[in-house]
Design a protein around this ligand. Structure first.
Ligand code: ADP
Ligand code: MG
Length: 367
């Protein structure tokens, strides 16, 4: 059997650089080396691509706070399309380093998960894992994502989007009147709870708005929902399936950056949520509805709030979710009977199938 030549892409110019390194390491460790020939493509924090070796590419691979890319002996590369095949090229001498059949980007956050990298891979004519340009971009922009939820009748917390010029007192007062305190303030395009605050009064709101604008030119102000945080993994192209839902149990005020990455006691991810069958199915169906509504393919983790009286609000989708051995996306599928290595096989297959399907589309109109 000829092996599939897989380009695993990780790191990148995002606040989630380190998580991405850990996700990639877990994928590399688990992937079946009899089936795949893996090229390790690390994007450094300045955006340069490097081809590394497994035995020395990661510094401190066990520690998310200290993990780093080792760029020594990892040549700078780029990817090019030659005669409909994709190659990694050494930037120093232009030599072909390897051919790639399919890329697996596990680049969380800005530039890697928001359609930018996906656009580059499309231009290359490459097969790749995860949603395409549109699904990635819409999934990243909380304003556009929620507009689509509204249009599809998917319940989501009420909100207003603001750009910098739109923060006059009158407008803000109207928003406070409509939403009531507390108000969640978020940069529109980010992740990992970076720049997010829960504002409890006018002064807090002003600070929260200033903070969010440090991270994005557009922010959202959102009604606070009181409820459990339930997550559900989705996998597939035209006919996606949903995993058993999981839950994030919190002992902090909300699932903040610190609760996610710093204070180990602040949150407890549970891959199998305790839910009545009816609610479980509702969440699975909604997760698929969200995934489809946002034009996603491949994978996505859909996050919800479930209130005491059973109302389900869609909060967001993560189109390249955390993929470490303990991350919720693979854990929820493991609970549903799809093991981590099997999940990798399916994701790669879905990427290859999408490319094959799209290549059959007519690109010209000849009479
Ligand atoms: N409308 C809301 N009501 C209650 N909690 C919220 C709301 N929006 C966000 N949160 C809290 O903040 C966390 C991060 O918000 P989220 O929109 O998921 O941003 P990110 O994309 O950075 O993960 C959520 O997991 C939740 O704990
Ligand atoms: Mg979130």
């Amino acid at each position: 059997m000829t092996k599939i030549k897989l380009g695993l892409i990780f790191g990148g110019r995002s606040g989630e650089h380190e998580v991405s390194l850990i996700s990639a390491r877990s994928i590399f460790d688990a992937i079946d080396k009899n089936k795949y020939n893996v090229s390790l493509i690390g994007i450094d924090k300045k955006g340069s691509w490097h081809l590394g070796e497994a035995n020395n590419f990661w510094i401190n691979p066990e520690d998310q706070k200290k993990v780093k890319l080792n760029l020594k002996n990892a040549p700078e590369i780029t990817a090019v399309n030659k005669n409909e095949k994709v190659y990694l090229i050494d930037l120093k001498n232009g030599k072909n380093l390897s051919q790639i059949d399919v890329f697996f980007p596990i680049t969380h956050g800005t530039f890697g998960e928001d359609g930018c990298l996906q656009g580059f891979l499309e231009l290359l004519g490459a097969a790749y894992v995860g949603p395409g340009v549109l699904g990635s971009a819409v999934g990243m922009d909380k304003d556009f994502m929620k507009r689509i939820f509204r249009e599809k009748g998917i319940a989501t917390a009420d909100y207003f989007a603001l750009t910098k010029g739109e923060t006059d007192k009158k407008k803000i007062s109207k928003i406070i009147k409509t939403l009531g305190f507390p108000i969640f303030v978020k940069p529109a395009n980010l992740g990992s709870s970076v720049g997010i605050s829960k504002a409890k009064n006018g002064k807090g709101l002003k600070m929260a708005i200033d903070l969010a604008f440090q991270y994005d030119t557009k922010i959202i102000l959102e009604e606070a929902i009181v409820g459990r945080e339930i997550e559900c993994s989705v996998l597939g192209n035209e006919k996606p399936i949903a995993s058993q839902p999981g839950e994030i149990k919190l002992s902090s005020e909300f699932y903040s950056y610190a609760a996610k990455y710093i204070d180990g006691n602040a949150s407890q991810p549970i891959p199998k949520a305790e839910l009545p069958k009816k609610e479980m199915e509702q969440i699975q169906n909604l997760a698929i509805a969200v995934f489809k509504a946002l034009g996603c393919e491949g994978m996505g983790r859909v996050d919800f709030f479930l209130t005491k009286n059973g109302k389900i609000y869609a909060n967001e989708i993560n189109t390249l979710p955390g993929f470490t051995a303990i991350s919720m996306y693979p854990k929820m599928f493991a609970e549903s009977g799809i093991s981590y290595p099997k999940l990798l096989d399916k994701l790669v297959q879905l990427g290859l199938e999408r490319k094959e399907r799209n290549d059959k589309l007519k690109r010209d109109f000849a009479i």
